[in-house]
Design a protein around this ligand. Structure first.
Ligand code: GDP
Ligand code: IMO
Ligand code: MG
Length: 446
């Protein structure tokens, strides 16, 4: 039995969906613990690409259950569309369970999200976060303020009505709210249609663990977008860390075995906020073009830059990473060289290797210090076929040197490498403990 977490180790969109799908092949349950319709996880199946927003990738596999867990905020109308879309394509092959404790994102939260981000922008243009406008911040704020509505309440009309009336009383400042009767009616209807999937999910997971089954927690967003530990205020409103994945699923920390951090061989960010290694030159544009870096949820172009080992070391310690998955290495194939940020220089001339500054403004002023590594050859079809046949030994030597550099710099072994968008284009390098012991905090020098 293994309980594993796959989490984003950069600013989101690291290909968590693809790595989670790879690992879902040996899981009984795949659980989403945080986020909601802001998520876009792409998995390229033989039938074509699928983008999952509120569903865990377990729903795509026979014999696996995808759980949308207690820590999520669920937009029920969009969830229904997502389920219908998969069903119509014949891709809803696993089972689906929706936590009765998950909170509901309402259309009024979406309006409020837009209203709030415009307010920030009017205050100071750079203060606007560039949220996905899917109502995440307001829905989590109402959860914390004890005004929220949970999935369980969707099928209890009297409670639903009362909760909505209280919630509306807090939103008098918002223009164009839908009439409460209409919204209550639509919510009851969608609640009835989703009711067959609604479960109290945590005991189901406890029993699975006691039977020795494998559980995979599919992280959304990323540790650097964490409400407390990310680049506040340019963050999301949940806890996309390993600790957050446990809180949001109801699995006790003592059951956790592995924490896999997913990072691209370079870096991207969508939305506002500090991004020290951002490259706004033609090379950044090359990454965007070659990597297809466009938001899976909003379609916005992603900001592109280089791998940042200062941030990755921080994420490794914060989450207790036991291994790394490095994805999209094919995108860098054929470049002249691969820059990797190994430290920052601060405006007062200090050099930082660990512990990025707490303030987003200070982080934005940090100047990256790069080491330049030799790039590997282009990932043409023949090379991909060889990797598929022969496994990790077929990876180009310069790529192996890059991976060893990352392992050394972060202090965490690389266990998986993604070299293409397709489901089978991930290679397992073997159990990390046979190559290098996972670090653990005791191994970190101050
Ligand atoms: P997630 O949110 O972390 O699951 O990532 P997204 O799905 O938002 O973005 C990752 C993008 O990269 C998607 O378009 C994937 O299809 C694509 N992708 C995933 N892994 C690889 C890879 O190893 N190589 C390439 N070229 N593309 C990949
Ligand atoms: P996946 O799971 C990338 C970013 C938004 C914005 C900030 C706050 O696909 O990696 P929110 O709508 O959450 O209030 O927006 O967080 N953001 C993401 N960026 N990938 C995501 O999800 C993201 N989810 C939120 O762009 O900057
Ligand atoms: Mg994404």
């Amino acid at each position: 039995m293994t309980v594993r977490i796959v989490l984003g180790a950069q600013f989101g969109d690291e290909a968590k969906g693809k790595i989670a799908d790879f690992l879902a092949a040996s899981a009984r349950y795949v659980v989403r613990s945080a986020g909601g319709p802001n998520t876009g996880h792409t998995i390229v199946l033989p039938e074509g690409p699928v983008v999952l927003h509120q569903l865990a990738c377990g729903v795509l596999r026979h014999g696996v259950t995808g759980v949308s867990g207690p820590g999520m905020v669920i937009q029920p109308f969009k969830l229904e569309e997502e389920l219908d879309g998969l069903r119509q394509r014949g891709l809803l092959r696993g089972e689906f369970a929706l936590s009765d404790r998950a909170h509901v994102v309402l259309p009024i939260h979406e309006l409020e999200d837009v209203w709030e981000d415009e307010l920030r922008g009017r205050h100071r243009p750079e203060a606007s976060l560039g949220t996905t406008k899917s109502g995440i911040g307001p829905a989590y704020a109402d959860r914390a303020g004890r005004f929220g509505l949970r999935v369980a309440e969707l099928s209890r009309p009297a409670v639903l009505r009362e909760r909505l009336e209280l919630l509306y009383a807090t939103k008098a400042h918002l223009p164009n709210l839908p009439p409460i009767d209409e919204l209550a009616g639509r919510l009851s209807e969608v609640g009835a249609r989703l009711a067959p999937f609604v479960r109290t999910t945590e005991p189901i997971l406890w029993e699975a663990i006691s039977r020795g089954e494998n559980i995979l927690l599919e992280g959304a967003q990323s540790a650097l977008l964490d409400l407390d530990f990310g680049t506040y205020p340019y963050v999301t409103s949940s806890h996309p860390t390993s600790a957050g994945a446990l809180v949001g699923s109801g699995i006790p920390p003592t059951e956790l075995d592995e924490v896999i951090g997913v990072a691209k061989a370079y870096a991207t960010r969508v939305g506002a906020g500090p991004f020290p290694t951002e490259d706004t030159s033609e090379r950044g544009e090359y990454l965007r073009r070659t990597g297809g870096e466009r938001g899976a949820t909003t379609g916005r172009p992603r900001r592109c830059g280089w791998l940042d080992l200062v941030l990755l070391r921080y994420v490794a310690r914060l989450n207790g990473l036991t291994s790394l998955a490095i994805t999209k290495v094919d995108v860098l194939g054929g470049l002249d060289d691969v820059p990797v940020c190994v430290a920052y220089r601060t405006p007062d001339g200090r050099e930082i290797r660990d512990g990025p500054p707490t303030s987003a403004d200070d982080l934005a002023r940090a100047e990256p210090i790069y080491e330049s590594l030799p790039a590997w050859p282009e990932f043409h079809a023949r090379l991909k076929e060889r990797i598929l046949r022969e496994g990790p030994n077929a990876l180009p030597a310069d790529l192996r040197r890059f991976l060893a550099f990352v392992e050394e710099g972060v202090g965490v072994p690389v266990e998986y490498v993604g070299y293409g968008a397709h489901r089978d284009e991930t290679v397992w390098l073997g159990p990390p403990s046979q190559r290098r012991r996972p670090a653990g905090l005791a191994a970190w020098s101050p």
